[in-house]
Design a protein around this ligand. Structure first.
Ligand code: AMP
Length: 396
């Protein structure tokens, strides 16, 4: 039995429904325009469902990091405009998120209307999961829906505190993320292969340990491989090293599921136009640094991946932001996009990478949550989901 309510458990007709969405979209540094509206588009199924069932839809989200102060460039107005275009509907933006004026605006709503509240993080009480602020948010509505998977790893007022007061359910996006990733990790079709990149082993130790319990092989890339090489006594030149992770790497290397690159692409400086060459992993010269996995490694990894039935990937395999060092990440993304397997990419940089190279649509699932998907693969219970489960017990 499911432990939390979903949209179909709610009787929403004519009701005020507070929906926590993840409208934390990237903004252009110069023009302040939205550069990618994927997160808004991902929330549309839940919003449309509620509109079609005559709910009064009150959307709330954070945007950027205003740190508890009003920052004009981080107001939700442009998000509301973009949402209006995507829904082809008039959307009202309200200049606050709690209090009498906001309540007055909401009292004017008709069934099927949608409003967007101001940036939640203009209030320090949001991130502090303040009891009073949670109650004030809850006072705006009769029901609550969490569709902000990307924020489910945070116990904030709008993801946690608010659920104490209202019957609460998961939106379609949260449900989808949990279903697809949960099935992959708990009941994977085998062979199950993990791919892990990124920088620090110490940051990723929990996900490495958890994945090693489940996968048949764990393929490594990114800067973390140099910490493993150091643990093996190899010379790594100027490559990025996680000193604290060396002892951990030694321990992890006893697990034979771990696969390291046999060759790397090295550069004479950390620069998009650096001189580069391919070397064997045993021959990294002093003064050079490894910035991508090499062609022999790509071949090896494809050979292992070709029989996989489930693949989970977190963290880019090289400095994908530089064209010259993006090949490993690109080639593996391309290979996965044609694989007959469940292919899942955790959010954050790896999601940005597969999106950039145009393969996101051909994978089974690209998570919208960076930190949230990481914590999910670490085996942690996400506070936002825990809150939904507690609410389900309270309002059953
Ligand atoms: P993480 O946030 O730990 O997943 O790390 C992602 C970042 O790691 C990206 O910005 C990549 O550019 C970077 N990265 C990947 N491979 C390397 C490398 N060999 N050297 C330095 N940075 C890298």
């Amino acid at each position: 039995m499911r432990k939390f309510f979903t949209l179909s458990d709610l009787d929403v007709k004519g009701k005020r429904v507070l929906v926590r969405v993840d409208f934390n979209v990237p903004l252009d540094k110069k023009t302040n325009e939205i550069t990618d509206d994927k997160r808004i588009r991902e929330s549309l199924p839940t919003i449309k469902y509620l509109v079609e069932r005559d709910a009064k839809v009150i959307l709330c989200s954070h945007l950027g990091r205003p740190d508890g102060k009003v920052v004009d460039s981080l107001r939700m107005d442009k998000v509301a405009v973009r949402l209006g275009k995507l829904l082809n509907k008039n959307i009202k933006k309200i200049n606050g998120c709690v209090g009498k004026d906001v309540k007055d605006e909401i009292s004017k709503m008709n069934n099927g209307d949608v409003v967007v509240l101001e940036n939640l993080r203009f209030h320090p009480e949001e991130e502090a999961n303040d009891k009073n602020f949670s109650k004030q948010l809850a006072d705006l509505a009769e029901l609550y829906v969490n569709d902000a998977f990307g924020t489910c790893h945070r116990a904030h007022a709008s993801t946690y505190g608010v659920t104490k007061h209202l019957k609460s359910a998961a939106g379609f996006l949260v449900e989808k993320e949990l279903n697809v990733m949960g099935k992959a990790i708990e009941n994977p079709k085998k062979p199950f292969i993990g791919i892990l990149g990124g920088v620090k082993i110490s940051d990723k130790i929990k996900i490495i340990e958890n994945l090693l319990l489940k996968v048949d092989k764990l393929l490594l890339g990114g800067a973390m491989i140099f910490t493993f090489y150091r643990a093996q006594g190899k010379n790594v030149g100027n490559s990025k090293i996680d000193e604290e992770g060396i002892e951990l790497a030694k321990k992890l290397l006893q697990n034979k599921k771990i696969v390291l690159p046999v060759d790397v692409i090295i550069a004479d400086k950390f620069d998009a136009n650096a001189n580069s060459k391919v070397v064997d992993a045993n021959n990294i010269p002093n003064d050079w640094m490894g910035l991508d996995i090499g062609p022999e490694t790509i071949k090896n990894y494809k050979e292992i991946l070709k029989n996989a039935k489930t693949v989970v990937w977190n963290g880019p395999l090289g400095v994908f932001e530089f064209d010259k060092f993006s090949n490993g990440t690109k080639e593996i993304a391309k290979f996965l996009s044609a694989l007959k397997a469940v292919t899942i990419v955790g959010g954050g940089d790896s999601a940005a990478a597969v999106e950039k190279f145009g393969y996101a649509g051909k994978l089974t699932h690209v998570s919208t949550g960076g930190g949230a998907s990481l914590e999910f693969f670490e085996g942690k219970k996400l506070p936002g989901i825990q809150a939904l489960e507690e609410s389900c017990k309270r309002f059953r």
